[in-house]
Ligand binder design. Structure first.
Ligand SMILES: [Zn+2]
Length: 408
C-alpha cells in the first residue's frame, strides 16, 4: 500500500500562505482544503483498480454533481455523453473541458483518451464547501467551487482541466514518479499539454498564447496573473495574500525541498518552472503553433521516458526525438538544443557549438551547482524511500501539510 497520488492544481505552498492570512475566512478555507486533501491522500491507493477501467468506452464523458458533499459515491448524474446540456454552468464547463482535452489528444496526437484505449472520462463538480482545489485521482477529475474570495469555480479553466487529465496520460505512458525531478517533470508535462489544449482550442500561435496556467481560477479581487507562467516562471504572482511565485526558470536556481507533502514532494510544482521555460523557448524558437512540432517532440519524448527520468534525461530525449522526427540539424532540433542550454541543461548529445543558447554564455558549459543539487536531491529521495521501507509504510500526514512551518 502506498500513499494515494492526488494531483492537485493548487500547490501546497499557495495554500500554506493562505493559511496564514489575517483574514479568518481565507484562513479557514485554506485549512479546510489542506486538511481535506491530506485525508484523501491517506485513503488506499486506487492504482490497483486501473486495469478494470481500461475497457473501451470511446472516452465517453459523464459529469456528476456532488451537491457540495465530499463523498463522490453520493454524487448524482448531471450530464452524460449524449445527454442535453445542463442548467448548471459548472456541469457544462467540466463536460466541455473534458471533451476539448479528449479531442486535442485524439486529433493532434492520435491518442484515444487518457489511456489510448478509450478510457471513460468522469468529472465531479461542486465538491465540498469552499473547496479551493481541483484534482485528478487516477480515476476521475474532481472540481471544487473555490471559496469565492480567492478562488472561483475551477471548471472555468480549460488549461487546468487539460493539466489534470494529462496527469492521467503521464501515468499511462512514462509513469513519472511524483517526487523531486521526475515529479517536477510530471508537473511540467501537465502544464505544457494543459497550455497546448487551450492554445489549440483558441487557435493561437506560440507568440499569441498567454502561456498561463489557471488564470481563470482567481477571483477578480486577487492580484495574480495565474498559478504559473511557462513564459515567465517566478512571475505569475507576487502579493501579500499569495506570497511570491517560487518557480525557478534556470537550473542554477533549482530549489531543494524535502520529499514530503509539506515540501511539495521535493518541489514538484516549483522546479517544474525549469522544463516549462524550456518548452516555451522551443515553441517560440520554432514559431507557429506550439502543438505541432514542439508538442509532438514533447509527446514522443514522454512516451520514450520512464518512471525515473530526470531533467537531463528528458532534455536529451527531446533532442534525439527532434532529430528522428524532423532530421538531424533541423531547425526544430537546433531550437531544442538552444532552449535546454538556456535553462542550464545543455543536451549531452548535441554537437559542439549547439550546446549553449543563442544568447550565449549563461547556460553553456554545464552548471556545477545544478549538478550538485541534482545529486543531493537524488540522494535525499533515496534516503526518504529507504526510511519509508524501514518503517513499513509511509506516514499519511505526519509532519506534512497542516503543521508545516509555513514556507512563504
Ligand atoms: Zn499537477
Amino acid at each position: 500500500m502506498s500513499i494515494r497520488t492526488l494531483n492537485c492544481i493548487v500547490p501546497p505552498h499557495v495554500l500554506e500562505h493562505l493559511r496564514q492570512s489575517s483574514d479568518t475566512a481565507v484562513r479557514e478555507a485554506a485549512l479546510t482544503t489542506l486538511l481535506d486533501t491530506t485525508m484523501l491522500r491517506g485513503q488506499r491507493s486506487v492504482r490497483g483498480s486501473l486495469l478494470g477501467l481500461a475497457s473501451p468506452a470511446q472516452g465517453r464523458r459523464t459529469v456528476f454533481d456532488c451537491g457540495h458533499r465530499t463523498n463522490l459515491a453520493t454524487a448524482v448524474l448531471a450530464r452524460s455523453e449524449d445527454g442535453a446540456a445542463s442548467a448548471d454552468a459548472s456541469v457544462d464547463q467540466a463536460f466541455d473541458g473534458l471533451g476539448s482535452t479528449r479531442q486535442f489528444y485524439g486529433d493532434v496526437l492520435g491518442r484515444n483518451s487518457i489511456d489510448d484505449r478509450g478510457m471513460r472520462l468522469d468529472g465531479y463538480v461542486h465538491r465540498g464547501v469552499r473547496y479551493n482545489n481541483a484534482f485528478w485521482d487516477g480515476q476521475e477529475m474532481v472540481f471544487g467551487d473555490g471559496d469565492g474570495r480567492i478562488f472561483t469555480d475551477f471548471t472555468g479553466s480549460l488549461d487546468v482541466i487539460g493539466h489534470e487529465l494529462t496527469h492521467g496520460v503521464t501515468e499511462f505512458t512514462a509513469g513519472l514518479e511524483y517526487h523531486v525531478q521526475s515529479g517536477a517533470l510530471n508537473e511540467s508535462i501537465s502544464d505544457v499539454f494543459g497550455s497546448l489544449v487551450k492554445q489549440w482550442v483558441r487557435q493561437q500561435t506560440a507568440d499569441q498564447a498567454d502561456w498561463l496556467i489557471g488564470d481563470e481560477i482567481f477571483t477578480p479581487d486577487v492580484d495574480a496573473d495565474a498559478l504559473r507562467s511557462l513564459k515567465s516562471p517566478g512571475e505569475a504572482y507576487d502579493s501579500e495574500l499569495l506570497g511570491k511565485d517560487p518557480q525557478p526558470a534556470h537550473m542554477r536556481d533549482f530549489v531543494d525541498l524535502p520529499d514530503t507533502e509539506a515540501g511539495d514532494n521535493g518541489g514538484v510544482h516549483v522546479n517544474s518552472g525549469i522544463p516549462n521555460k524550456a518548452f516555451y523557448l522551443v515553441a517560440t524558437g520554432i514559431g507557429g503553433y506550439a502543438w505541432e512540432a514542439p508538442g509532438h517532440i514533447w509527446y514522443e519524448s514522454l512516451r520514450a521516458s520512464t518512471a525515473t527520468t530526470d531533467f537531463q534525461g528528458f532534455a536529451d530525449t527531446t533532442f534525439s526525438k527532434a532529430g528522428e522526427l524532423f532530421g538531424q540539424d533541423s531547425v526544430e532540433q537546433k531550437a531544442v538544443a538552444s532552449a535546454w542550454g538556456d535553462v542550464g541543461l545543455p543536451v549531452s548529445c548535441a554537437p559542439k557549438g549547439m550546446r549553449s543558447g543563442p544568447s550565449g554564455g549563461a547556460g553553456g558549459g554545464g552548471d556545477p551547482l545544478g549538478d550538485l543539487s541534482r545529486q543531493v536531491s537524488e540522494l535525499a529521495r533515496q534516503l526518504q524511500e529507504l526510511t519509508q521501507q524501514v518503517q513499513g509504510q509511509p506516514k499519511p500526514s505526519g509532519k506534512g501539510g497542516r503543521s508545516g512551518a509555513g514556507r512563504a
